[in-house]
Design a protein around this ligand. Structure first.
Ligand code: RP5
Length: 166
């Protein structure tokens, strides 16, 4: 378990882990400590309530919540904390994540969830979005994020140059 995690990465099932690890990878890359936990809005509601309501008191600053199917995890967490909650809809199930996308994004006015794309791209962006929030008060992190964008830009330029030569 990481010391003093700033970001709590929650997921509804261990089957979500291969996707949600993308968020942790990004946070690790930028040196931000996070904690991954499993709790379900439906199968373990009391545990979910405890994790959400105690998060701020433990020093957590942002919660990333990923769940699939009738995905209520991010919304339930958001209803029990005023920390920013970033939702990641999981792919899979009969509707391959569209159910989770709608369940996560369609929050009633008053309890926001910042919803990312379905699957690994969404989990990666959840990590980056958390970093962007933390960077508001962290110049080192803001600079690292600018460098990351420049690196992506350079990668595209390199691929374009290689394609031109091929
Ligand atoms: C959701 O149901 C979980 O977040 C997961 O995406 C989905 C299926 O869970 P398992 O049946 O694989 O545990 O609550």
């Amino acid at each position: 378990m990481a010391d003093n995690p700033q970001v709590l990465i929650l997921m509804g099932s261990d089957s979500d882990l291969p996707v949600m690890e993308e968020a942790k990878l990004v946070l690790d890359k930028f040196g931000i400590a996070s904690e991954m936990r499993i709790s379900s809005a439906h199968r373990s509601p009391s545990r979910t309530l405890k994790l959400a309501s105690e998060a701020a008191g433990r020093g957590i600053r942002i919660v990333i919540a990923g769940a699939g199917m009738a995905a209520h995890l991010a919304g339930v967490v958001a209803s029990h904390t005023t920390l920013p909650v970033i939702g990641v809809p999981m792919p899979g199930g009969a509707l391959n994540g569209v159910d989770a996308l709608y369940s996560t994004v369609q929050m009633p006015g008053g309890i926001p969830v910042a919803t990312m794309a379905i699957g690994k791209a969404g989990a990666k962006n959840a990590g980056l979005f958390a970093l962007q929030i933390l960077a508001l008060n962290d110049v080192r992190l803001a600079t690292a994020l600018t460098d990351y964008r420049q690196m992506m830009d350079q990668e595209i330029a390199d691929k374009d140059a290689a394609l031109l030569k091929a």
